[in-house]
Design a protein. Structure first.
Length: 403
């Protein structure tokens, strides 16, 4: 099962850039949770903490595609040093403002400015894979591998963030995220051989990559999947606090990611005859079905078990969605296209965090899981209704490339 991945990682430079990307995007699984832990451990409400975390994620989601368009145009090695420096600086300012009890609006401003300059590292790494590989089956496997890496990140990140925040300092998880971002960027920037070349200005004329046929459907589904992620993270933190076991939050979130990582390894290693739009549809339906029981859970053990099972249905959605994006978007706009679907996750995460935070403060943790169940069901409906458009766009893109 692992041989397709080992073949890819033996190619020159691939293991090195993938490992650097792992370090650089590990903060993605720590920053939001670190912000929530930092603020709630200092006595702030879940609504405030969730709103700030959501505002940052939403800001990043809207700005990342624009930033990625500049990365496509000027190159990763030119843009990434500036974005990492600015992001780290504003996250440090956020910590200082909270510690000094500055007005809450300044917390929002500093956190959002920090999120503005966080490049979508996952899209940068996937763009490198699309550049060094030529066969679509290899690219799908590479994207599956990166989805597994994402899940490993979300396995390792939450327990690390929880342990550091509870055991060292309430703001230590944010500091650790800043350090990891700096290290990952430091190692990735010099790797020029696998970096996609700068594209000509004329390739960037016209509207955003979001407007390519089929892309609005994929982006909307990713928003809804992101809502699942955001509601699950905030709901799990609150759920464990209600049951006086806050240290279990990281473990439960990791269990969710373990299921997704295992599914990703299996899904990426097999080559299905079903075309990508069909795979995308059935993956989303499976996620919707898996999410339905969560609002009715009243046991930490059951939440871990159902979360693990739900995780099995996550990776196939993300793998097929990224592979579809690679088919529908021209190579000259690949980083931008992949950032758009990543931005969809960010927008949804913001919505899920904010909505679940309000519900938690009013009704408790279990009802808040209804946010993610509803989002997953709506996502499945969107793909069902858009299946014909996805099929047509996919076939047209295939014909255009073979012409």
């Amino acid at each position: 099962m692992l041989s397709p991945y080992s073949q890819l990682l033996r190619l020159p430079g691939t293991l090195k850039f993938s490992a650097s990307g792992f370090v650089a995007r590990l903060p993605l699984s720590m920053l939001g949770l670190g912000c929530i832990l930092f603020l709630t451990l200092r006595g702030n409400s879940y609504a405030v903490a969730g709103a700030i975390s959501a505002a940052g994620a939403l800001t990043n989601a809207f700005c990342a595609p624009i930033l990625s368009r500049y990365i496509d145009r000027y190159g990763q090695h030119r843009v990434l040093p500036f974005t990492a420096t600015f992001s780290i600086s504003f996250q440090a300012i956020f910590i200082v403002l909270v510690l000094r009890d500055a007005p809450i609006w300044t917390w929002f401003l500093a956190w959002c400015l920090g999120e503005v300059f966080i490049a979508n590292i996952g899209s940068l790494i996937r763009a490198r894979w699309a550049y060094v590989l030529t066969e679509s089956s290899q690219i799908r496997t590479a994207f599956a591998f990166e989805s597994v890496v994402d899940e490993i990140i979300f396995i390792a990140g939450p327990p690390i963030a929880t342990f550091i925040a509870l055991g060292i300092s309430d703001f230590a998880a944010i500091v650790a995220s800043m350090m990891l971002l700096a290290m990952g960027a430091f190692f990735l920037i010099p790797q020029r051989a696998t970096e996609p070349p700068r594209t000509l200005v004329e390739h960037h004329e016209g509207g955003p990559a979001l407007l390519f046929r089929g892309m609005p459907i994929i982006a909307l589904v990713y928003v809804l999947v992101g809502t699942v992620f955001g509601a699950f993270e905030v709901g799990t933190v609150a759920f464990t606090r209600e049951y006086q076991q806050p240290g279990m939050a990281g473990i439960l979130l990791a269990a969710y990611s373990v299921g997704s990582a295992i599914a990703g390894l299996i899904f990426g290693a097999v080559h299905l005859k079903m075309l990508l739009p069909g795979q995308f549809l059935w993956s989303m339906v499976a996620l919707a079905v898996a999410c339905l029981p969560l609002p009715f859970i009243h046991s930490i053990f059951l939440l871990g078990f159902i979360g693990l099972f739900t995780g099995f249905t996550v990776s196939p959605v993300l793998i097929t969605g990224s592979a579809l994006t690679e088919e529908l978007v021209p190579s000259s706009r690949m980083t931008e296209g992949l950032s758009i679907v990543g931005a969809g996750i960010g927008v949804g995460f913001a919505l899920g965090s904010a909505l679940s935070g309000v519900i938690i403060d009013a009704h408790g943790a279990s009802p808040a899981f209804g946010v993610l169940s509803g989002a997953a069901v709506i996502g499945a409906i969107v793909v069902i209704l858009g299946r014909r458009t996805l099929d047509s766009a996919f076939n047209d893109a295939r014909h255009a490339r073979s012409a």
